[in-house]
Design a protein around this ligand. Structure first.
Ligand SMILES: CC(C)(COP(=O)(O)OP(=O)(O)OC[C@H]1O[C@@H](n2cnc3c(N)ncnc32)[C@H](O)[C@@H]1OP(=O)(O)O)[C@@H](O)C(=O)NCCC(=O)NCCS
Length: 168
């Protein structure tokens, strides 16, 4: 993989789509699962642009749905790489609704995801460094270390409880 350092701006991605009836529940609001799918895609695109490799999603952090997004509204997803580790990288995805007729925008969700870079045989690949340019980018990247530690702790808790179950 090309190991030239990259700026977050080089891989930052914005996805926009209109919410159609097919995406909605009987109340006319977009399904949570559809939003989760789009978050995964928006996060993956930014990470693909950063690594130019194959990737798998390793983790999605805590996800909240602050406001419903109605059929006919736009859903906007903005993703940017926030921190790079060794073979994994963290990406932030912010989700907004926009009313088509008024332009009113609201943030509806925010999620941090972790992707792992792999080759076609599933071997892990080292990810190019991230050039941190602003104080805000530096802060978010520094905080990523604590988020990563919490994720890996949760992962081993889940793995431990699974192995306890299989012993029963
Ligand atoms: C994600 C996956 C590759 C991790 O493999 P693993 O053998 O458990 O992990 P490794 O020890 O090789 O770690 C590889 C990297 O992933 C990171 N990682 C692994 N699990 C993680 C998790 N749950 N959260 C955050 N990071 C994680 C590790 O910290 C390591 O990062 P680093 O190299 O930057 O330090 C593996 O569990 C997997 O393939 N899971 C299924 C992925 C999938 O199907 N996703 C949905 C469809 S794409």
């Amino acid at each position: 993989m090309d190991s030239t350092p990259k700026r977050a701006a080089e891989s930052a991605t914005e996805m926009v789509q209109v919410v159609l009836p097919n995406d909605a529940n009987p109340l006319g609001f977009i399904l949570g699962g559809t939003v989760m799918h789009l978050i995964d895609i928006a996060g993956a695109i930014a990470c693909h642009r950063h690594t130019r490799s194959l990737l798998v999603t390793a983790a999605v952090d805590d996800l909240q749905f602050l406001h419903p997004i109605k059929v006919g509204d736009l859903i906007i997803l903005k993703s940017r790489v926030t921190c790079v580790f060794n073979t994994s990288l963290e990406v932030l995805v912010d989700v907004y609704s926009e009313e088509t007729l008024t332009g009113r925008r609201q943030m509806t969700s925010r999620a941090f995801l972790t992707f792992v870079a792999i080759d076609r045989d599933g071997h892990r690949l080292k990810v190019p460094p991230l050039l941190v340019e602003t104080d805000e980018e530096r802060r978010v990247c520094e905080e990523a270390l604590a988020r990563r530690a919490a994720r890996l702790r949760r992962k081993s808790e889940v793995a431990r409880s699974e192995s306890l179950k299989s012993e029963v």
